[in-house]
Write a protein that binds this ligand. Sequence first.
Ligand SMILES: Nc1ncnc2c1ncn2[C@@H]1O[C@H](COP(=O)(O)OP(=O)(O)OP(=O)(O)O)[C@@H](O)[C@H]1O
Ligand SMILES: [Mg+2]
Length: 276
Amino acid sequence: MNAMFHRILVKFGGNSLSGQGDLERFADELGELIGRGYRPILVHGGGPEISKEMEVRGMPVRKAAGLRVTDEAALTVAEEVLSRINAATVAVLRAKGINAVGASAAQAGVVCKRKPPVIVIENGTNVEVDLGRVGDVIGVSGAWLDETLRAGAVPVVYPIGADALGYRYNVNADTMAAFVAQAAGAETMVLLTDVPGILRGGEGSSEVVHEITFQGIDELIAQGVITGGMIPKVEACRDAIRHRVSVVHMLNGRDPGSMVRKLIGRERIGTTVTQG
Ligand SMILES: Nc1ncnc2c1ncn2[C@@H]1O[C@H](COP(=O)(O)OP(=O)(O)OP(=O)(O)O)[C@@H](O)[C@H]1O
Ligand SMILES: [Mg+2]
């Protein structure tokens, strides 16, 4: 790879960017980063849009021991919604002159397996919960990603993976981002979200932790400060760093220009995760 170019994985979801206006602003920002030698790879989620679509269709959200279960019907909705967001993202990037190429994780070379049942404690007893069509990533062939990047294009990946038999699974987008980052040889990973980083007082509080180590993450999880969607997010950050992604930031996607301000302007915003 040309040393001038710096591969960067950017993950966003429906909470961090929603609608045409946000996507256009995001595309402009990516254009600026590309102009400065960055070569982006995008992974996106779509949690809120999937929930909304299920509600519109009158599909109940199935839960077991508080965890969301993805049945076949829910997987189909997730796939439809994610591929629609993917196409919309690719269209906005192209309209801005960025040569984007969309793909599901399965098409991009990601191999999954069904997630084993998770054990949760409910009323003092251990309960096994089968999450359904939810996958773990077991490997990624970097060939498609590499070819796409070498052709000067921006891969845009949505987190539906498949196993060796072609069965499809929904994968958490942050988890997917960490695997795609490592397979694409990204030096930097940015997870855009709807909060300005890890909040020291937990969800809804205001003090941002600007730098955190692996051990610091363990402490905040044990203290119950890091909860919910922030757990797969910090795990994705640690995984990426363990697998040779040098720099990992969490930034607020709702804060205009946050990527350029962090990466180029070196502003003290967001949370940067280091091994410690
Ligand atoms: N200590 C914490 N600091 C900040 N946010 C926290 C913390 N603990 C829990 N959270 C929650 O984590 C959320 C971010 O994860 P979430 O999965 O909801 O968003 P996302 O990953 O950006 O979107 P998506 O999952 O749709 O791709 C925050 O909105 C907040 O509610
Ligand atoms: Mg999430």
